[in-house]
Design a protein around this ligand. Structure first.
Ligand code: KG4
Ligand code: ZN
Length: 345
């Protein structure tokens, strides 16, 4: 394969997905994701088990990414991997593996911020039939909603981002995951609540929208109000959850989406972005996607919603971010450590 663009091997191991991708520039040639099923029965990610599963998965996942891309390992020009934020033991697997491979192949290493990568997933090449691709116009405002973070990010350029709002406690994804535990559903809760909500009545139960200052969020109270509702109603009807599951999911989900967009709408008024974007695992949520698009029309700004495959954790987004760092020659040192609490500004 000959091209002036770099062939990037990207690796993601910050939480419970071991993923590897091959990109040429920002064009994805393969994107392999091994989701660790082991956590389902514990109702959440068990850090120690995540590290062990990454150790088992990383070599076969990388091999598969290389073979699906139809390249040979010697053609790789740069290795990119997630530096943080995430679980320290999980990050260490990806970072140590990437350092070793970069030494063995004698190619540079790029360490990527996972939250920046969720945002830059919008720059993964996805050409339309006419060869063009619409990209968010700078500055744009991104609502990044994942299992560990909820951020409103003002993006001035690919590598210049500022968090203008974030959660003071739980993330939006956690609000879904913790609610699913209360409702007796499996981890991760977001996809299940999303699916069950489709046949539910969102007006059946009322959850108070949290009041938080400025552009900050708080999700921990929401989960508690669901917990108390279930506890109180079960006294009257032991099958309360089973009898009302879809309505509970729909009402709870609608509250989260309303709250997310209430603050994001205020942020649009303040920051006056040229376009708006959605990112992170919770951006797979069908109601959020629908309402986000409606909001963009109301505000008259361009709307960017990632394809499903790039919403939850994946290495393609790490590769897309790495491309921008590669262009600026922002390579890592072999002594650079993973960082569990890495921030983007
Ligand atoms: O971005 P991500 O894969 O991992 C982190 O960086 O945290 O996000 C995972 C989160 C989980 O909390 C999961 O429940 C949530 O994304 N999620 C969803 C949906 N799909 C995944 N939440 C709501 N609706 C969905 N369809
Ligand atoms: Zn993520």
């Amino acid at each position: 394969m000959t091209s002036s663009l770099p062939i990037i091997l990207a690796i993601e191991s910050s939480c419970d997905e071991t993923s590897a991708a091959i990109l040429i520039g920002t064009q994805v040639k393969s994107n392999i994701i091994a989701t660790q099923k082991i956590h389902e029965k514990y109702g959440g990610v068990v850090p120690e088990l995540a590290s062990r599963a990454h150790q088992q998965n990383i070599v076969p996942v990388v091999q598969q990414a290389i073979s699906e891309a139809g390249i040979s390992i010697s053609e790789i020009n740069v290795i990119a991997c997630t530096q943080g934020p995430g679980l320290m033991g999980a990050l260490q697997v990806g970072v140590s593996y990437s350092k070793s491979l970069s030494m063995a192949l004698n190619v540079p290493l790029i360490l990527v911020n996972h939250m920046q990568a969720h945002v830059l997933a919008h720059f993964i090449s996805r050409q339309q039939e006419d060869g063009t691709q619409a990209l968010p116009e700078f500055p744009f405002l991104c609502l990044t909603v994942s299992g560990g973070h909820t951020q409103i990010v003002l993006v001035n350029s690919p590598l210049e981002m500022k968090v203008v709002g974030s959660t003071i406690d739980d993330a939006a994804g956690e609000a879904f995951d913790k609610a699913s535990k209360v409702l007796g559903l499996e981890y991760p809760g977001g996809p299940q609540i999303d699916r069950l909500s489709k046949n539910g009545n969102a007006s059946k139960f009322t959850f108070t929208i949290p009041t938080t200052p400025d552009l900050s969020y708080s999700f921990s109270g929401l989960k508690t109000s669901l917990l108390y509702l279930v506890r109180d109603e079960k006294v009257k009807d032991p099958n309360f959850v089973e009898n009302n599951l879809e309505d509970l999911c729909a009402s709870y989900q609608a509250t989260i989406v309303k709250y997310l967009l209430k603050k994001f709408s205020a942020a649009i008024n303040i920051c006056k972005p040229k376009s708006i974007a959605l990112a992170g695992g919770v951006s797979a949520n069908s109601l959020l996607r629908h309402e986000f698009e409606k909001l963009s029309k109301e505000k008259g700004v361009g709307c960017f919603i990632p394809p499903f495959e790039f919403t939850t954790d994946n290495a393609a987004m790490i590769g897309s971010s790495a491309y921008f760092l590669y262009e600026k020659k922002q390579f890592a040192l072999l002594s650079d450590p993973p960082s569990a609490r890495l921030t983007i500004d």
